[in-house]
Design a protein around this ligand. Structure first.
Ligand code: ATP
Ligand code: MG
Length: 557
């Protein structure tokens, strides 16, 4: 899907800025995650947008960790974010931390106080909220608003020195308590928080609020286009006010619609709940919409980039169906995955006219499109085979093209077989299917004149290896778990993970774990069963495959 598309609205702005020579035609964006969780597919949209713009217009992108909240942040998250951005295929110009600007931000706050544009307020959070009024009623100034510059300077310094407890005082910008924009009604810009910070340690006990840190960090870095999601529109006025009052680099903020997806949740806070309450096996559980989860599930960076490109950048929110993401991974894996055979739900097929103790080695064609595909792989064929239980029916309906009494079907890469008989156990379950094979019907050399409408995959019983196979489905049963009644966790799909402990795989696939070292990106199509990758929990003794996606969209009908 790389057809030419028209410019999105942000590209239009950038091109206009370049044309008019704003910032000398320079483009510098930033991706500013808060290191309080792992990145998800929504962040991928922001990453592709920020890095994509810079790439397109010969600019750069900074990776800035927005670490102003000491309590929730951790270096584990910093490391995972860097890994994910890199994996998606992007390189940042500089790795930066808002906490590196704490001294500078403190100086900016002092400057505001000196201009009589900020004051220390001793009120409780509740009283501050009350004093702001309502959208229809202006706020009312309190006694602290008239503090002198000198008094404010001293109090703010004492706040920094640790003289006060959490919540005892805050620093507020002095703007306009009657502004129609609630964010302009003397917003809090610094708060006291006696907490250890993952980078600055115990140096600070006051921390800037998001609105005071973000725009100033943009300005310090001389960001030209600061792109964020729509909920920041009401913050833009404050962003501009601070830049103007502090007389710093005029970065500009632009807002786009965040990505919402069906059948999943996307806020880090909610994903954290899934992890902490063991609904999933971790942030990288293959059912998670996190980048690390998608990676472990077998998604490729290209499939995610193509998806982000396709959904585009708009000013209106909508919900994207999860199956669109699946479309892009199918498109990618169809071209790049190796074709192999595995039987997930086995039943034994005995070819009564094939000699015992004999093995015939057949040419197993790989995907002709893949690079380095070993087209010469040999697949062992023998008297006893595993086939898929669903490929046999005792009383097949009319258009069933696989096996049933008297029916013929082709075995992939091999021969046409006809079902003559079957064996049942005491409980009435079919345990064995007896067939005749036709030696002159060999694939590629068929002179039999027989017609078989279906083709089945299979694995030779005495050559088969076993593997664990994990099948994933949507994590939630409903389209929008967020908007359902009650807790979103009540809507988890109990069948989102099905583990098959002993699937049978063709012997060549047993090398998949060794090949992982040399070919980490290798993916497999298990013929008729979907696209698979080796899971990181695998060992030589216990090989595990994750199903990335089925071959066809099973949800569309
Ligand atoms: P969450 O609510 O999931 O915790 P966040 O917005 O708090 O997300 P940040 O780490 O602050 O997470 O986000 C970093 C950047 O990614 C921000 O610029 C934010 O606007 C963007 N972003 C976050 N979620 C989405 C989304 N669903 N779609 C597009 N961009 C997003
Ligand atoms: Mg956030």
């Amino acid at each position: 899907m790389s057809e030419e598309r028209s410019l999105n609205f942000i590209e239009e702005i950038v091109e206009e800025d370049i044309r008019t020579g704003k910032h000398g035609g320079r483009v510098l964006t930033r991706f500013p995650p808060e290191p309080n969780g792992y990145l998800h597919i929504g962040h991928a949209k922001s990453i592709c947008l920020n890095f994509g713009l810079a790439k397109k217009y010969s600019g750069n992108t900074n990776l800035r960790f927005d670490d102003t909240n000491p309590v929730t942040e951790d270096t584990e998250y910093v490391d995972s974010i860097k890994e994910d951005v890199n994996w998606l295929g992007f390189q940042w110009a500089q790795e930066l931390y808002t906490s590196d600007y704490f001294d500078q931000l403190y100086d900016f706050a002092v400057l505001l106080i000196k201009k009589d544009l900020a004051y220390v307020d001793d009120s409780s959070a509740e009283d501050i909220a009350k004093g702001k009024g309502t959208p229809t009623q202006p706020g009312t100034p309190n006694e602290y608003r008239n503090r002198t510059v000198e008094e404010n300077l001293q109090l703010f310094e004492e706040m920094k020195a640790g003289k006060y407890a959490d919540g005892e005082k805050v620093l507020r910008a002095k703007i306009d308590l009657a502004s129609p924009n609630m964010h302009m009604r003397d917003p809090i810009i610094y708060r006291i928080k006696h907490a250890h910070h993952h980078r600055t340690g115990d140096k600070w006990c006051i921390y800037p609020m998001y609105d005071f840190a973000h725009g100033q960090s943009d300005a310090i870095e001389r960001i030209t286009h600061s792109i964020c999601t729509l909920e920041f529109i009401p913050h833009r006025e404050l962003y501009n006010w601070l830049i103007e009052m502090l007389e710093i680099f005029p970065s500009k903020q632009y807002e786009f619609a965040r990505l919402n997806m069906s059948y999943t949740v996307m806020s880090k806070r909610k994903l954290m709940q899934l992890v902490n309450n063991n609904y999933v096996a971790g942030w990288d559980d293959p059912r998670m919409p996190t980048i690390s989860g998608l990676r472990r599930r077998g998604f490729t960076p290209a499939s995610i980039r193509n998806f982000c490109d396709r959904i585009g950048v708009a000013k209106r929110e909508n919900i994207i169906d999860f199956s669109l993401l699946e479309f892009f991974i199918r498109e990618d894996l169809n071209k790049t995955s190796w074709r192999r055979m595995a039987v997930l739900d086995p039943i034994k097929l005995v070819i009564t006219n094939f000699p015992e103790n004999e093995t015939e080695w057949l040419d197993g064609e790989n995907n002709p499109e893949v690079e380095g595909g070993d087209d010469s792989r040999q697949v062992p064929f023998s008297r006893e085979l595993w086939i898929e239980r669903e490929d046999f029916m005792e009383e097949p309906p009319k258009k069933f093209f696989r096996l049933g009494p008297g029916l013929m079907c082709r075995l992939k890469f091999a021969y046409i077989v006809r079902c003559d008989d079957f064996v049942k156990d005491g409980n009435g379950n079919v345990t064995e299917i007896h067939c005749t094979y036709f030696p002159d019907s060999k694939s590629g050399h068929d002179t039999s004149g027989l017609k078989a409408k279906g083709t089945m995959h299979w694995v030779s019983v005495k050559h088969a290896k076993t593997a664990e196979v994990r099948l994933y489905d949507r994590l939630f049963k409903v389209e929008q778990p967020d908007s359902e009644e009650g807790d979103f966790k009540d809507y988890i799909n109990p069948e989102s993970l099905i583990v098959i402990k002993d699937a049978y795989i063709e012997p060549d696939l047993a090398n998949a774990i060794q090949q992982l070292t040399d070919f980490p990106d290798r993916r497999y199509q298990f013929i008729r069963k979907g696209y698979f990758c080796v899971d990181k929990d695998s060992s030589t003794e216990n090989l595990i495959f994750n199903r990335t996606v089925t071959l066809k969209d099973g949800w569309s009908k």
